[in-house]
Ligand binder design. Structure first.
Ligand code: COS
Length: 382
């Protein structure tokens, strides 16, 4: 088994690390406190090419696949979880368009979502359709006269929803058919009848601007149907499988960042006449944090490898997300503990990382939903 990165992957990792240190870390606290989307960070990511990871070069992307996404998102999350999440979640829309779009859709939207610097969003969740994704109530009625779909409904908790220029949204074209009556659409900001509602005030990931989206007789050209009518639920589930690897990467990044800070602090902090890193209690914390994070990394890399190889990866994506997110909470909690009172203060980044880490257990599917996905696969011998 070869765990080494290719030359290009190693270069990407190095570039992402430098980018995170030079561009993201200096503004991470500000982004958190301002509760405002990191517009400049995202524009710089687009200028370097990160926003096109996993998108073919002929559509403005920079190629690569799930592993490249993991490398970049992990490095970003070490320094600024909000920015890492913005990239990771942005990528869901271009990846879905690259996978299911027509040639015209790819040519029209992918260059804008990659080099063009427009933010993408993925809008599935609704007030009554969270874990139960099949509970979507938004409708899309085809109007033969104008060759448009008319969308009505409300989406909630949409990451970057207030800033996105291009969104992949899910609506029922045949409500009686439930999951088989759901379809996916490419919606653009500014389409008549589409407005942004409440922007949530959150515990962490403050700058990601989690928004409510309202569709009131929103007319979407029929050519913006993504994939076939009735295939929306599968498109959503497959897109979420990929997105969950992205959350796995965020989880590794925030954990690795917390370990780095803990080691530095434990070496500098003197109590009882010696650095606290010489105390066995602290050493054991660090050993647990490092071991579990390394295990998470292996699982995330394995899921990414499966996706990149075109093999089934639903179970492994759920496993890496479940395990990685629990580890992110475990590690940031211990890191904060090692920092003691200082860890609780906003002068240090630990309290922000602790708050940011929590969302990884909730978004893109809760831990409980991942246990459903994993147990179904294991019980059915997949
Ligand atoms: N890839 C491809 N197809 C999938 C799939 C996947 N990962 N998961 C389910 N499907 C298919 C099934 O094969 C089934 O197809 P058929 O009807 O042709 O057999 C169809 O989708 C319905 O699947 P299922 O019966 O499993 O649907 P459920 O309503 O039981 O829901 C869960 C499945 C719970 C897995 C789904 O609702 C889910 O992932 N919920 C969490 C949603 C989420 O992550 N929200 C965060 C939102 S984005 S911020």
């Amino acid at each position: 088994m070869d765990f080494s990165l290719t030359r290009e992957q190693a270069m990407l990792k190095k570039l992402a690390k430098q980018f995170a240190e030079n561009e993201l870390e200096p503004v991470a606290a500000e982004v958190d406190e301002a509760h405002v989307f990191p517009v400049d960070n995202f524009a710089k990511m687009a200028a370097v090419g990160f926003t096109g990871i996993g998108v073919p070069k002929e559509y403005g992307g920079c190629g690569g696949g799930a592993l490249e996404k993991v490398l970049a998102v992990t490095e970003f999350a070490k320094k600024c979880m909000t920015s890492a999440a913005c990239l990771s979640i942005h990528l869901i829309a271009p990846h879905a368009i690259a996978d299911y779009g027509t040639e015209e859709q790819k040519q029209k939207y992918l260059p804008r979502l990659t080099k063009g610097g427009e933010l993408g969003a993925f809008a599935l969740t609704e007030p009554n359709a969270g874990s139960d994704a099949a509970g979507v109530k938004t409708t899309a009625v085809y109007d033969a006269e104008t060759n448009e779909y008319i969308l009505n409904g409300t989406k909630c908790f949409i990451t970057g929803g207030s800033r996105a220029g291009i969104l992949v949204i899910f609506a029922l074209t045949d409500p009686k058919m439930k999951t088989k009556g759901m379809s996916a659409f490419i919606v653009e900001k500014g389409m008549p009848g589409f407005t942004v509602g409440k922007i949530e005030n959150k515990m962490g990931l403050s700058g990601s601007e989690t928004a409510e989206l309202i569709f009131e007789d929103c007319r979407v050209p029929a050519e913006n149907l993504l994939g076939k009518e009735g295939k929306g639920f599968k498109i959503a589930m497959q897109a979420l499988d990929g997105a969950r690897i992205g959350v796995g990467a965020q989880s590794i990044g925030v954990a690795e960042g917390a370990i780095e800070l803990s080691v530095k602090y434990a070496n500098e902090r003197v109590q009882f006449g010696k650095p606290i890193s010489s105390l066995q209690g602290i050493q054991w914390y660090i050993a647990d944090m490092a071991t579990k994070t390394e295990a998470s990394k292996a699982l995330v890399s394995y899921a990414a490898y499966l996706q990149d190889s075109g093999k089934p990866f639903t179970k492994e994506a759920a496993m890496c997300k479940l395990n990685g997110s629990e580890n992110a909470r475990f590690v940031t909690n211990l890191a904060l503990q090692i920092h003691g009172g200082y860890g609780y203060m906003k002068d240090y980044p630990l309290e922000r990382m602790y708050r940011d880490a929590k969302i990884t257990e909730i978004y893109e599917g809760t831990s409980e939903i991942h246990k459903v996905v994993i147990s179904r696969a294991v019980i059915n011998g997949k």
